[in-house]
Design a protein around this ligand. Structure first.
Ligand code: ZN
Length: 103
């Protein structure tokens, strides 16, 4: 089981998250149809560190970029896709405040 350290919610179990794909692929702006299809459907299966999108579906519903080792499942970094919005109040660091919140 992965434990992902969400910048907003703290460290949570993998079951709260949904994998949302390879974060290292971007669709070329001027791609031919076959190149565009390749960008959507063709995926590498690398051994080692891999950047992935994960949605925190059971929490803040933010999309994160997680750098995960595909063999050991160790997580090297977790970052928001967009810069943190300072106008959004930070979640409480006290776990008691998060229990039963029912997001
Ligand atoms: Zn979160």
């Amino acid at each position: 089981l992965l434990r992902i350290d969400c910048p907003w919610c703290g460290t949570r179990d993998e079951t709260e998250f949904r994998y949302r794909g390879d974060a290292s692929v971007s669709r070329p702006a001027d791609a031919s149809p076959s190149d565009a299809a390749a960008a959507v459907y063709e995926r590498a299966n690398p051994l080692g560190w891999h950047r992935e999108y994960w949605l925190h579906a059971g929490g803040c519903r933010q999309v994160l970029v997680v750098e995960r080792h595909t063999l050991t499942h160790a997580i090297q970094s977790v970052a928001p896709v967009a810069p943190l919005d300072s106008s959004v109040p930070a979640p409480s660091a006290d776990p008691a405040d998060r229990e039963g919140g029912g997001a």
